[in-house]
Design a protein around this ligand. Structure first.
Ligand SMILES: C[S@@+](CC[C@H](N)C(=O)[O-])C[C@H]1O[C@@H](n2cnc3c(N)ncnc32)[C@H](O)[C@@H]1O
Length: 246
């Protein structure tokens, strides 16, 4: 089926089959049609519906955006933004309220969500295969971000994306992502995950040592500028903000 026809059927209320190149079962976290229907019924934007109703963390997305604004991430007026795994676009939509990039690239394995974001926000969906940003040239992106992605994929997938994120960021640009670091995993949090974290979902929730990120990015010319906690599931992730040396 041609993708345009598929999109129209989707809008008319037909279910769209999730993407088949699902690397860890995580595409199914937020199924397109059901989420859109539920958001419409609740009268909320899809992002606010996910925050408030699905995740039980009202304002969580805006909190992260507010922190990034306070850190000056948007004041740099990024012309080019790249986001990995935008899903419903809840961070994408709020990012576009903070800055007006000429080009916003997304890498998203769930085709229905990628199509929706292209139609709604005019972003560019890049071919997404494995954990590569190969279609994006070196040093061309002012702001590279990923939210609630690296706690859902395997260690290797996240690590491969880290190298790619550093490669595509221009000198002076920023890299922002969250990971479930040891900062988020004190014994009480581990107990909460173990007892109240649900059935788990393949690679979710995946941990990533903070020092691994800081040391790795340092070898790639990127310095940790700031970090803060953001709610995730029954506990939290840590948002890391790196600057690439000019
Ligand atoms: C838990 S969701 C988070 C979505 C969105 N960032 C948010 O916070 O609402 C993880 C997203 O990553 C996407 N994803 C999974 N594996 C991916 C990969 N290898 N490359 C790009 N996106 C991927 C999924 O389809 C999904 O949209």
């Amino acid at each position: 089926m041609k993708s345009g026809v598929k999109r129209l059927l989707g809008r008319a209320g037909f279910d769209i089959v999730p993407s088949t190149n699902n690397l860890g079962g995580v595409d199914d976290f937020i199924p397109f049609e059901a989420t859109m229907r539920a958001a419409r019924a609740s009268g909320l934007s899809v992002g606010d519906h996910i925050d408030e109703v699905m995740n039980g963390t009202p304002g969580a997305t805006q909190h992260t955006i507010d922190e990034l604004r306070d850190l000056g991430v948007f004041a740099a007026n990024p012309d080019t933004v790249l986001e990995i795994g935008p899903g419903s676009g809840r961070y994408l939509e709020k990012t576009l309220k903070e800055c007006s990039p000429d080009r916003y690239e997304i890498y998203e394995t769930a085709a229905p969500w990628a199509n929706y974001l292209v139609d709604t926000f005019g972003v560019v969906a890049q071919p997404t295969a494995g954990c590569s940003l190969a279609p994006t040239p070196d040093g061309t992106i002012d702001l590279v971000q990923a939210h609630k992605v690296f706690n859902t994929v395997t260690f290797l997938c996240a690590s491969r994306y880290f190298f790619e994120m550093a490669r595509v960021t221009r000198p002076g640009g920023r890299i922002v992502f969250d990971v479930m670091t040891e900062t988020c995993l004190d014994p009480a949090a581990v107990r909460t995950w173990a007892t109240q974290g649900g059935a788990g979902h393949d690679s979710y929730p995946a941990a990533m040592p903070r020092r691994t990120c800081v040391d790795l990015f340092a070898t790639l010319g990127c310095t940790l500028e700031a970090s803060f906690l953001a709610p995730m599931g029954v506990a939290s992730t840590e948002v890391l903000v790196f600057g690439k040396g000019a």
